[in-house]
Design a protein around this ligand. Structure first.
Ligand code: NIG
Ligand code: FE
Length: 410
């Protein structure tokens, strides 16, 4: 058995038993921190924690690693509940086009954007996609990501969507962190189906979904519900088919416009509604009393210069908020969740405590990992972050752009 003892921790963050599975509204300000603490793990499972003065000492030194965290904070690793980590190539040429005046939507209408990534992914081998993604995941972990959701959606053909999801399946087996897979065949209409939406929807429902279910390649089903992409009715048809195969909905809505996608997703018991740069009164009414987690992606707003999600309005309505990266080559080339934390504070006026709840406990909920991740609680096996020496937790989002994570224990 591998045992780890972390001692002299300046602050043990987000610890405790019987904590709520979701923090919402005013509860999002709550962030338990135990000063001068210890934490003990056995084979990655949390077996004890407490104040240093209550620590009984070491009786059995066999296979024990002792880490001195003097001056450092210890927290549960972040959960990134929304990413597109498997892709072929970066898209900096579109970044330059946007600097020169084109909008993200204009680039997409010219065949760039998601369709650009799809062409490149269709040509790349499964092995090469896997190798690239492994390198990216190592980097994400160094920034503090301890669980990762990954979507398909750059395939857009039966073969290429299956190829992407097989890569995610291999990543699940090869990576030390928990990975969840989302089928996003409905990310964009391929050019040959531009005038034949139902044809592509039928392909998703009749060709892709049965194979994905047979090979158990996905946990969730996603649709990009947006003007020029999938309408609310088209989304509902696809989600219902996915539900029939046991996939839970988790959707892209309200990135550029509010079309009623939030209400429909809530009706279909979506686990999360993601993006939410736009927000209507009806969206708020729909979310009240539901089990759906509104998830905001501030790095996407930053990179595309679009509005930031209104987290304050959600919390004022006693709703929860989760934060995720949206890591992808088009709208969010960074998967750094410490930067997300900082943007949430600076641009969305979330307090450091609210934003950390959104990145841990609420994000764990948004990927069905509440039992194991999101808090430091007995029996959980969340990866653990040890920070560098910092004065307090607010210093991390304050001192943006610096590397504050010293180590991730998985
Ligand atoms: O979540 N909005 C839809 N999909 C991705 C971006 C995809 C891309 O540009 O490649 C997103 O932002
Ligand atoms: Fe996305």
């Amino acid at each position: 058995m591998k045992k780890v003892l972390i001692k002299n921790i300046k602050g043990l963050v987000q610890y405790g038993e019987d904590l709520p599975k979701v923090r919402k509204g005013a509860q999002m300000k709550e962030l338990p921190i135990l000063e001068n603490a210890y934490l003990a793990l056995e084979d990655g499972v949390i077996v004890a924690y407490g104040a240093m003065e209550d620590w009984g000492g070491i009786t059995d030194w066999r296979d024990l690693e002792v880490i001195d965290a003097e001056g450092k904070f210890v927290l549960p690793a972040f959960c990134d509940s929304h990413t597109h980590t498997v892709f072929a190539k970066s898209r900096e040429e579109e970044f330059v086009d946007r600097i020169n005046g084109l909008s993200y939507e204009e680039i997409a209408l010219r065949g760039g954007g998601i369709l650009n990534s799809a062409r490149r992914l269709q040509e790349m081998s499964e092995d090469e996609l896997f190798e690239h993604a492994m390198v990216r995941i190592e980097r994400l972990m160094s920034y503090g990501t301890g669980a990762l959701e990954i979507k398909s959606g750059y395939g857009l053909t039966v073969d290429a969507e299956l190829k992407m999801l097989r890569v995610v399946k291999r990543l699940k087996e090869a990576c030390s962190i928990e990975i969840k897979a989302t089928f996003l065949g409905a990310h964009a209409f391929p050019p040959e189906y531009k005038e034949n939406h139902q044809g592509y929807i039928d392909l998703i429902i009749n060709e892709m979904l049965p194979k994905i279910a047979e090979e158990k390649l996905a946990n969730y089903i996603d649709v990009f519900c947006e003007r020029n992409y999938f309408s609310v009715d088209e989304m509902a048809e696809i989600l219902q088919a996915g539900i029939g195969y046991g996939l839970k909905p988790k959707v892209h809505v309200n990135q550029f416009s509010t079309m009623g996608g939030v209400r429909k997703a809530v009706e279909l018991k979506a686990l999360s509604v993601d993006h939410m740069e736009e927000l209507s009164d009806d969206d708020i009414d729909a979310l009240k009393g539901s089990d759906t987690m509104p998830t905001i992606l501030p790095s996407c707003s930053h990179f595309l210069s679009i509005p930031f999600g209104d987290a304050r309005r959600l919390m004022e309505n006693d709703l929860p908020v989760a934060l995720a990266s949206d890591f992808n080559p088009g709208s969010t080339p960074s998967g750094n969740l410490c930067f997300v934390w900082s943007l949430a504070c600076v641009k969305m006026k979330m307090t450091p405590e609210e934003a950390l709840n959104a990145l841990t406990v609420n994000a764990a909920y948004a990927m069905d990992l509440s039992e194991t991740h999101g808090t430091i609680s007995l029996g959980k096996r969340t990866p653990i972050l040890i920070t560098k020496e910092i004065p307090n937790i607010a210093y991390i989002p304050y001192s943006f752009g610096d590397q504050h994570i010293d180590r991730i224990l998985v």
